[in-house]
Design a protein around this ligand. Structure first.
Ligand SMILES: [Zn+2]
Length: 562
């Protein structure tokens, strides 16, 4: 605790809130407008503010959507009155709401499919049978969020499993990674796929002992979407998808996210949900570089930063190489045991130059997907070029994922003020995939330690749906670097619990230029906070993931309560 007055009251002007990352808050002036005002909510308990001036306090008063006062109990108590709602979090811990700087909330498609991210195949069968009972005969039944490697059965879902429970509907169970699925016999039948059907170029119908397993991959998926009757994804269904996704994220303690590649329909979905009071997170919307909405925004003269506290236009999104988890990212050294495999580039250097030049000319920040060191180098070339003659404050261009780095790249990222968004749950969740990179490379991947040591404000990023978004899993993953089976991937990149929590809060706010309004609990900032059952600093690091979220509050409004 500071020996100065341990209180912190709402400032009358935002200008007194210090700019920049890592700058501690200064004590704010008492606002005349609020001196006589009564708090709507009084929160008491151990409050971790993420503000270095007052890191731990006892009470917080909230008025409308903002923090009115925060400090010791006796200092904040006078702001409470008869009508003030009391939230007693004693015995638990209060933190700023968590922020995810890169996800795809609408990829989950839970508004049209049933979530089969379940621990056993039996439970998946039950879920699919239920969905079929709700679906007109003959129409497609869709399972979503499937993960083949996570069942306690220790085998993937197959065609026979689905046939046992759904015979009259075609079924497509979509993998959360987005590149494969599992179908039933009815699906093969209506798509006219028989054992005589060859695999399409760039795709595969998996077969074993003269029979289909049900697994289909890449271009073999396409044929199913051209036959039968699929659920209609209209505007109201998309709005429902935004509601479900934001509600799920709120339940995990998230108050802000970033849609890291959106189109016009996605932007409409968020706005529709918000209009209906059903948007449970703040969203930075990154239009996809090839999208109609990006062209439209440029034409309208709307660039990054436009919007308000709930929905704001973020950086434009491009993609320069393959994927980390699917082992196609573009690297200067080959994959383990595959001397000729260096991954895939999806943009040329010239394409990157012109995309960046055009975006900056239209007042857009840029976020380019670049996993491997080769792709990261190319993206940095373009950022360095465009920043050379740039006037004004650093636009904080981003490198999405920025998975594999080295000392040279770290120095250039720091010098250019670029924000990397490495996967924060991958060490824990995707362990099986890291074998293909090997021990040495994993010491330089998802390099949270290296970024922090270089003074780079590394952002929190799930890449949901491929990656889980749960902040408690993220903190454990960054702290332990252990996967589900206890194997450690890249021990040099381990960081402390405090550092991980700071990434998931303040660094998330910084990544969207919103560090003055959120990311820490300071008077005047948005009242976005979470009540955790336990303090992550005080549990076994391997059990952080088990900490329950008791309540999530977004701008003074409870969006989740256990
Ligand atoms: Zn992504």
């Amino acid at each position: 605790m500071s020996k100065f007055s341990r209180r912190n009251f709402l400032s009358s002007t935002a200008a007194t809130i210090p700019l920049g990352l890592g700058v501690s808050s200064i004590p704010h002036q008492l606002s005349a407008a609020y001196v006589t005002g009564q708090a709507d909510i009084l929160v008491t308990g151990k409050i971790l503010t993420m503000d270095s001036y007052l890191p731990v306090v006892q009470a917080m008063a909230i008025k409308d959507d903002r923090i009115l006062a925060i400090g010791d109990l006796e200092e904040v108590l006078p702001f409470a009155g008869a009508s003030t709602e009391r939230i007693d979090a004693r015995g638990h811990v209060v933190t700023p709401g968590f922020i995810d700087a890169h996800s795809h909330p609408l990829f989950a498609e839970e508004a049209i499919g049933v979530n089969v991210n379940l621990p056993t195949i039996d439970e998946v069968k039950k879920a699919l049978a239920w969905k079929a009972s709700q679906t007109p005969p003959g129409h497609w039944v869709r399972g979503v969020m499937y993960d083949d490697t996570k069942f306690s059965d220790e085998r993937p879902l197959n065609l026979n499993d689905i046939d046992q429970v759904v015979k009259d509907h075609p079924v497509y169970v979509a993998h959360r990674g987005g590149h494969t699925g599992v179908v039933n016999s009815k699906a093969l039948e209506i798509a006219s796929i028989t054992m005589e059907t060859p695999d399409p170029i760039g795709g595969k119908f998996y077969r074993e002992n003269g029979e289909f397993t049900g697994k289909v991959a890449e271009h073999a998926v396409d044929v199913f979407f051209k036959v039968g009757t699929w659920p209609i994804m209209d505007r109201s269904v998309r709005q429902e998808a935004a509601r479900i996704s934001s509600q799920n994220m709120a339940a995990a303690g998230l108050t802000s996210t970033t849609d890291a590649s959106g189109n016009r329909n996605d932007l409409l979905a968020y706005q529709d949900a918000r209009r209906n009071d059903e948007l449970y997170f703040r969203v930075a919307f990154m239009p996809s570089g090839g999208s109609q909405v990006y062209r439209g925004l440029k034409e309208a003269g709307i660039g990054s930063g436009y919007g308000d506290d709930m929905i704001r236009i973020g950086a434009v999104k491009f993609s320069a190489d393959g994927s980390a988890s699917e082992r196609t990212m573009s690297m200067s050294t080959s994959y383990q045991g595959k001397p000729d495999d260096f991954g895939i580039l999806t943009m040329t250097q010239d394409e990157i130059y012109s995309a960046v030049d055009d975006a900056v000319a239209h007042d857009f920040r840029v976020g380019i997907h670049a996993n491997g060191d080769v792709a990261i180098n190319m993206v940095l070339n373009a950022y360095e070029k465009v920043l050379k003659d740039y006037k004004g404050i650093n636009p904080r261009h981003r490198i999405e994922h920025c998975s594999l780095v080295n000392e040279e790249l770290l120095g250039r990222i720091k010098a250019a003020g670029v924000i990397p968004t490495p996967f924060y749950t991958y060490a824990y969740y995707h362990g099986n995939k890291w074998v293909d990179y090997g021990y040495e490379k994993m010491q330089s991947m998802f390099a949270h330690r290296s970024f922090l040591d270089a003074g780079i404000p590394v952002a929190p990023a799930s890449d949901f749906t491929p990656g889980p978004f749960e902040p408690m899993m993220a903190i454990q993953s960054m702290v332990t670097r252990k996967d589900v089976r206890g194997r450690v991937w890249g021990p040099d990149q381990r960081i402390s619990v405090s550092e991980a929590m700071r990434i998931c809060t303040m660094h998330g706010a910084y990544a969207s230029f919103e560090e003055n309004s959120k990311g820490s609990l300071v008077a005047g900032k948005l009242a976005d906070f979470v009540i955790l059952e336990k303090d992550p600093h005080e549990v076994n690091p391997d059990e952080i993931i088990d900490i329950n979220i008791l309540r999530t509050v977004l701008g003074g409004r409870t969006t989740f309560e256990a």
